[in-house]
Design a protein around this ligand. Structure first.
Ligand SMILES: NC(=O)c1ccc[n+]([C@@H]2O[C@H](COP(=O)([O-])OP(=O)(O)OC[C@H]3O[C@@H](n4cnc5c(N)ncnc54)[C@H](OP(=O)(O)O)[C@@H]3O)[C@@H](O)[C@H]2O)c1
Ligand SMILES: *[C@@H]1O[C@H](CO)[C@@H](O)[C@H](O)[C@H]1NC(C)=O
Length: 293
């Protein structure tokens, strides 16, 4: 066993080092210069950082957010920056954002779906209406925007970026409705990718599997009960854009807390479930609703 580990661990390290290095080497910020990009949920958190990175790279940006973000994007060098505000509970708004991109940018190269509705952190409370509402915000609006954007993305051979979570690949306690919406995204977009391939439609779909990130919302909701430190949101945003520009099928950040544990899913599912549960520090029973995740 000891000898096996001595061989396996350095080998794994080498494979990973190669993987990271080759992905980093290929990416150039110029890849996104002048690209027409929609970023949803960019008023805070990861979406805001994605908008700032795109601005520095000189993209044309349309975000769903408040004004301050737009001004900062223009200062940072965005080719252009606009915003539309409204709620993604309303499918008409989702479609309106895409029409706005068509009218103001004359097309679309990348659709970054990132927004997420507020939910609670605690045991499933049996509120079915909340699950329906969250599915509308976190899932159906993604479907509606994708559908509206398809003609423009076909034209540009563009990209769809779907921001998901570890909670969309493996069952997570205390975020049952949220986890359900993230699993739904995997089903829809992975199946759609299959159809694109069959039909030779050259639109890339990048599903982003994120671990714990240091956004205000996530830290407020889970910071006290999670045993791990959150990863930085600006680095996370940059990794998402690299994965998108390189047209990767899935993006894992951070790799060590997402891709590696997921290797257990097919061969040792119960061990993975146990590892997920062991991330939580549980003083009593979490049941207090808190504003997010
Ligand atoms: N942070 C993490 O640890 C973590 C981990 C895994 C995955 N993720 C994923 O990363 C993405 C970004 O998360 P984040 O932590 O950056 O979130 P965040 O800081 O809470 O940002 C969420 C964004 O969604 C918008 N939003 C909320 N409700 C909306 C609604 N009904 N209609 C339209 N927009 C709405 C918010 O805008 P306003 O509130 O200004 O309206 C905000 O811009 C999400 O898809 C999340 O699931 C995050
Ligand atoms: C798909 O589109 C990308 C970006 O335009 C391009 O680099 C790639 O060569 C295209 N692939 C095919 C098979 O046409």
């Amino acid at each position: 066993m000891g000898r096996l580990q001595k061989i396996l661990i350095p080998l794994l390290g080498l494979v990973l080092a190669f993987w990271f290095y080759s992905a980093r080497e290929n990416f150039k910020p110029e890849m996104l210069k002048g690209k027409r990009v929609i970023v949803t949920g960019a008023s805070t958190g990861i979406g805001e950082q994605i908008a700032y990175h795109l601005a520095r790279m000189g993209s044309h940006i349309l975000i769903t957010a408040r004004t301050e973000v737009v001004e900062r994007c223009l200062e940072l060098g965005a080719a252009s920056a606009r915003y539309v505000s409204g709620t993604m509970e309303d499918m008409a708004f989702a479609q309106h954002v895409v029409r706005e991109a068509e009218a103001s940018l004359g097309g679309l190269d990348m659709l970054i779906l990132n927004h997420v509705g507020a939910s609670y952190f605690g045991f499933f409370d049996g509120d079915v209406e909340h699950v329906r509402k969250l599915l509308e915000i976190n899932f159906l609006s993604y479907v509606a925007m994708t559908t509206s954007a398809l003609p423009m993305l076909k034209e540009s051979e563009g990209s769809i970026v779907v921001v998901s979570s570890m909670a969309g690949k493996v069952g997570f306690p205390f975020t049952v409705p949220y986890s359900a919406t993230k699993f739904a995204l995997d089903g829809f977009f992975s199946s759609l990718r299959q159809e694109f391939t069959i039909q030779s439609i050259n639109i890339s779909i990048t599903l982003c599997i994120l671990g714990f990130i240091d956004t205000d919302r996530a830290v407020r909701a889970a910071g006290a009960v999670l045993r791990e430190l959150p990863a930085p949101r600006d680095e996370c945003a940059l990794e998402i854009l690299k994965g998108a520009a390189l047209r990767r099928r899935e993006l894992y950040y951070r790799y060590s807390s997402t891709r590696l544990p997921l290797l257990l899913r097919d061969c040792a599912a119960e061990l993975l479930d146990y590892l997920v549960r062991s991330r939580y520090r549980l003083p009593g029973t979490p049941g207090t609703p808190s504003p997010a995740l």
